[in-house]
Design a protein around this ligand. Structure first.
Ligand SMILES: Cc1cc2nc3c(=O)[nH]c(=O)nc-3n(C[C@H](O)[C@H](O)[C@H](O)COP(=O)(O)O)c2cc1C
Length: 188
């Protein structure tokens, strides 16, 4: 068997009871055998300030850049905050985008799963993130799209999917992402 693709997973919510984090953890157990998912934490990153970005900047910035660098793919799992991505995720993206010309994101294939407690499934966050990824040269998988609505009903108390349909959709999504990374790897 070939080595699975190393995928960095970024979760756009910092709260303890986060549904996004529950989802990210569930995905780790569900992932296509071609993928190895690992969480990269973003909650400890100081707000990006170019003035502090000398000799690697604050230690958590260097840590983020170090953990993203070897990844073959990027999976974003995020809620929507005010029709966009939470500031913590935007900050992580900014940190990883500098120093200028050395963005750690560049060229890595990505995928976005957004969620919300309402019916829109975080569509606004999903597409704001896509816009950033265009600029960062992260080819984001177009299909299937993943907007998870009614997120409060996705998981049982043990963090398992309530609906087999959602679980199957997520498994298919990850399989499509594995193929997306494979295609990018062949082009490289
Ligand atoms: C500051 C803030 C802004 C929010 N804005 C939106 C929004 O624009 N659209 C939406 O559907 N939900 C919005 N929500 C609700 C979150 O998407 C919802 O609470 C979600 O479960 C948070 O994800 P988490 O469980 O992973 O923390 C907002 C929540 C917060 C705290």
């Amino acid at each position: 068997m070939t080595t699975p693709y190393d995928v960095a997973v970024l979760v756009g919510s910092l709260r303890k009871g986060s549904i996004s984090r529950t989802l990210a953890n569930a995905l780790i157990g569900l992932a296509d055998p071609r993928l190895a998912l690992r969480l990269v934490e973003i909650g400890d990153l100081p707000l990006y300030d170019p003035d502090l970005d000398v000799e690697g900047g604050p230690a958590p910035w260097a840590r983020l850049r170090r953990e993203i660098a070897p990844a073959a793919g990027l999976l974003f799992v995020t809620p929507e905050y005010n029709r966009s991505v939470p500031a913590s995720l935007k900050n992580a993206i900014d940190v990883g985008s500098r120093p200028y010309g050395k963005a750690v994101w560049s060229g890595k294939p990505g995928a976005i799963i957004s969620l919300s407690q309402g019916l829109l499934g975080g569509f606004g966050a999903n597409h704001h993130l896509r816009q950033m990824l265009v600029f960062l040269d992260v080819p984001a998988m177009q299909q299937p799209e993943a907007y998870l609505s009614n997120a409060g009903q996705l998981f049982d108390a043990e963090g398992g999917f309530v609906s087999p349909g959602t679980r199957d959709f997520m498994a298919a999504y990850l399989a499509a992402f594995a193929s997306w990374i494979e295609r990018a790897a062949k082009r490289a």
